[in-house]
Each structure stands twice: as C-alpha cells, then as structure tokens.
Ligand binder design. Sequence first.
Ligand code: ADP
Ligand code: MG
Length: 421
Amino acid sequence: MSFLDLDLDLELQQQLIETGFTEPTAIQRQAIPAILDGQDLLATAPTGSGKTLAYLLPALQHLLDQPERKGISPRALVLAPTRELASQILRVATPLCEALELVCAQVVGGVPYGNQKQLLEDGMDLLVATPGRLLELDEKGWLDLSEATYAVIDEADRMLDLGFQDPLKAVASLLPLEHQTLMFSATLESDAIVQLAGALLRPDAARVAVSEARAVAGHIEHAILRADNEAHKLALFKALISDPAIDQALVFVASRKQVEQWVAIVRELGIMCDGLHGEMNQGERTLHIKQLRRGRLKVLVATDVASRGLDLARISHVINLNLPLKADTYVHRAGRAGRDGSSGTVWSIVDTPDWPKVGRIERYLNQALRRMKLKGLEPAKPEPAPVRKAKKPKTKAKGGKKAATKAAPARKKPAAKKRSA
Ligand code: ADP
Ligand code: MG
C-alpha cells in the first residue's frame, strides 16, 4: 500500500513524497482511513511506529476540507504531555503546513505568556499544546477553541502518568459540541486509558492497535551487564561510553541528581555531554536537545523525561544506568535508539536491586536479553535467580544464566479490534 491509496489531497501526497516517505507505516495504514471517515479513534502503537503522521495527515486533510479558513482560532488541536513532544510534533507539522499555506503554532509551559497571547491573537489553523498551559491561557480569556473540531491526545498513557486526566477533560469541555477526538498511546497498559477514552471519545469510536513491544525491539540489540557494586558500575560505564561504535548515546538515570553526577563523569572522559531532566527550564532543555541533534553533544544523560517521543535521529546507543519500574518504560527508552530503521543498541548496567526488573522486561518483550561481559570487568557475583511470581523458589538456579535468560510467554494480548462500548 502506498500513500496514494489513502484519500489525501494531492498537495499533501506530494509533500510526503518529497519527504521521502512512500509507504504508510502500519499504524498510519490503519488509523488514517478511520479518521478520514470522521470516526473517533483510540489507537495504540509502539514508540517509533509513526503515530505523529497518523494523526497529522488527516488533521491537515481536515483543515483543507473545511471551506472557511478564517485562520484565527485553531481548527485542529494536538495535545502533547511535554514541551519537548509538542516541539517535536510542531517540527513535523511545520513544513507540511507551510506547503499547504496553513499556519501551525504551539503553546507550552515554561515560556512567557506574552508571546503566546500574541500568537493566539494572530491566529493559526493547527495548535499544538500541553494541557496545563492551554488551560492557563483559557483562564486568562485568551483562548478560543470553539472552532477546534479536530482534537488529538498524543501519548495518552504518558498524560495519565503525569496526572493530566482532569486537565484533558477540561480542555475537551472547551471544544465545540461537534468534534472528532483521536487518542494515541504507546500502550494500553492501564484501565485508566480505556476509562479516559470512555469519557472523551464517542461510544462508537474505532480502535486500532498495532502490536507490539517487539515491533520496536526488532532492529534493536539489547544487552545487559551485571554490576556487583557502584564502583563496578562506574568501570563498566566508562568502558561502554568509550566504545568507538557509539555515534551518539542517551544515558538514562533515575534522578536529577544522578543526571548531574553522570554528566560530570562523562565530561571527565573528554566527551561532549549534557543533561536533561524535568526540573530544568525550558530554554536549557531545548538547547541541549538542539545541541544533540546538531551533533555538538555526543552524550545526553537524562531522566525519563526523555524516554518518550523524542525523535533524536542519530542516537545509536541507549545506556540504562538504572532500570525503570515499568517494562513499557524500558521499551520507550529503547525506542530512542535506532530510529528511522537504522540499527541501535541498548546496554543496561544492572545492579542487584534492579535485577528483578530484568525478568519483567524479558517477559514484556517476550525475548531474552543477552548477557554481556567486558573483558577484565566480569561480575564477581553469580547472577541472582529469577523471581517468579506465585511459585516456590525452585532449586537455586545453578548456572543461573540459562534460567534467567529463558523468557516466559508474552503477557500482552493484542487489543481487541472492535468498537468500544
Ligand atoms: P511515534 O510517535 O509512534 O513514536 P513518530 O511519529 O515519532 O513515532 O515517527 C518515528 C519515525 O518514523 C520518525 O523519524 C518519522 O520521521 C518516521 N516515519 C514516520 N512515518 C513514516 C513513513 N511512512 N515512512 C518512513 N518513515 C516514517
Ligand atoms: Mg509520538
């Protein structure tokens, strides 16, 4: 199937071809026809599967189809959980909008209100926003969403993680009575998403789901290195980060403090490095991402602020210095490596407290993570036995490596392809 088979304007198709995209991805193939059909939609597809265009292309088509282009209050709205994601969506939207003589803009937190007031007064066709700031602007009386007949909630799962349930409902209440809502999520992990969909989508909303974690994991090589203690971890990290195979690396840590700590360690090695965490101001965050994108940084150390959505094309390696609590967060982190179909590597340095998470991730991926050892830095302690729920500990996993490597059956079932009730 090519983009030509989708019911999109020629102008729009032309733009896609110029971008070098010929074939829609699975989620685009499934979502676009349903959206063009006017349906509400709950769509799930893994990180890196092309969700942005899956809702932007029909958004642009929607804008082209509407006869009156007043261009003052936005006619399409995309909500993103973080400023970085909003900026990234805008980056994808901008060239397409320009080619179609449409105007797009963003309003996000962490930047002055004045400019945004002006922006809203000048008007736009497509608005990309974070929910919090959008509501603030509404309170000031600057926002008019009465013509926003096309609304997207991107990264719905992340929205819920961040507690945006009520803000999203508040934004929805600002939309005109007749509007189309599209919800995109990387996972359907929690019932909360289904509940949110129940609250925000029409009862006959379509559902599409592109499975599965493995779709992301396919071209990414995963390996774990066991660390005996902090000193061992540091030695392993220094060896890994100096690997000449690294084009650019994203290093994940658990806290702001650790970001600062590890940035200093990398810099000491003479490697260009900076950090990214949620408590940084917007200017700094943007700058560091820009520098990474332009190749001025080789390494970015980040908290999970950076695990979702950010499309940093050149990231070749992801290094986890802690493992996340939730397996799907691991998948999101891994999704930062090897974008655009190129191959990527994820190395996780795992200390004893983090070890139980390995099994969880393996079950989620339905794939064993390769154990990797560095010469001279082999772990002294044996691998802890896998933790299995609701089962008596078996005979201690001698040669525990094998035992822990064996992945249990996949836990996830594909979401039913049916209309939600
Ligand atoms: P997601 O939101 O699902 O994580 P993105 O929308 O950020 O994924 O897209 C991931 C990458 O895939 C981006 O680099 C994007 O340019 C690329 N991409 C999107 N659609 C296509 C397509 N049809 N063909 C080739 N590459 C695509
Ligand atoms: Mg996305």
